[in-house]
Ligand binder design. Structure first.
Ligand SMILES: Cc1cc2nc3c(=O)[nH]c(=O)nc-3n(C[C@H](O)[C@H](O)[C@H](O)COP(=O)(O)O)c2cc1C
Length: 179
C-alpha cells in the first residue's frame, strides 16, 4: 500500500496524548509502506477566517498570507487525512477549528479522502466525546466523497503521557496500517 497520509496534530502540547497517538498511527502507516507527514499546528501560523468572502465571490484565493495555503495544498494532494484533537470543554480545540474554518477557500477540492480521527480526553466515557466527533463530521459532511475510516478514542488521559498506559497506543498503530 502506498497512500499519502497527512496527520494534522492540533494539541498545543507537543508529545501530549493526542500527539503521541499521531506518532503511533504514523509508525503503523510507515510500516505498511505508506508515505506519511505530520503537521504540528502549533509550528504553523494559521490566522482565523475573517469571513471576508473573497474566496467565495469570484473564487479568488484567500488574501491571508500565512501557512494555511501550504497546508491546504497538502490536504488536497493526500489520500488519507488524520485529524487529532484534545477535547476542550467537550469540543475540539481552537487550533483545529481554526484550521477547519480556513479550509473555506479550497474545501471543494478536498475530495474523496479517507479520514481518521484521534480524540483525547480526561473523561473515561467514550460516549461523552461523541460530540467532538460530530464536530469533525460537520466538516467532512461539507466535502465530496469523504470516507470515515476510524476513530481512536484516547479516553482517561489527563496528564501529558497518560495515554502511554492505554490500549489506544496499540489501536492507533494498528489503525495506521490502514485498510
Ligand atoms: C482547556 C482544557 C479543557 C479541557 N476540557 C476537557 C473536557 O471537557 N473533558 C475532558 O474529558 N477533558 C478535558 N480536558 C482534558 C484534556 O482533554 C486531556 O488532558 C487530553 O489528554 C489532552 O490531550 P493532549 O495531551 O493531546 O493535549 C481539558 C483540558 C484543557 C487544557
Amino acid at each position: 500500500m502506498n497512500k499519502k497520509v497527512l496527520v494534522l496534530s492540533s494539541s498545543p502540547r507537543r508529545k501530549g496524548n493526542s500527539d503521541l497517538l499521531c506518532d503511533q498511527f504514523m509508525s503503523g502507516a510507515k510500516e505498511s509502506g505508506n508515505t506519511v507527514e505530520k503537521i504540528f499546528l502549533k509550528d504553523k501560523r494559521i490566522n482565523y477566517c475573517t469571513g471576508c468572502g473573497t474566496c467565495l465571490n469570484g473564487k479568488k484565493p484567500c488574501p491571508q498570507k500565512d501557512d494555511m495555503a501550504e497546508i491546504l495544498e497538502k490536504m488536497i494532494s493526500s489520500d488519507v487525512i488524520v485529524m487529532a484533537t484534545p477535547v476542550y470543554f467537550y469540543t475540539m480545540c481552537a487550533q483545529m477549528k481554526t484550521l477547519i474554518d480556513r479550509c473555506c477557500a479550497r474545501y471543494t477540492e478536498i475530495n474523496d479522502k479517507e479520514f481518521y480521527f484521534i480524540v483525547t480526553a480526561a473523561d473515561n466515557n467514550k460516549q461523552s466525546i461523541n460530540r467532538t466527533l460530530e464536530e469533525f463530521r460537520g466538516f467532512t459532511s461539507c466535502l465530496d466523497g469523504p470516507k470515515e475510516m476510524g476513530t481512536i478514542f484516547g479516553t482517561g488521559a489527563w496528564n501529558m503521557g497518560d495515554i502511554r498506559n492505554s490500549d489506544a497506543m496499540k489501536i492507533a498503530c494498528d489503525m495506521g496500517k490502514l485498510s
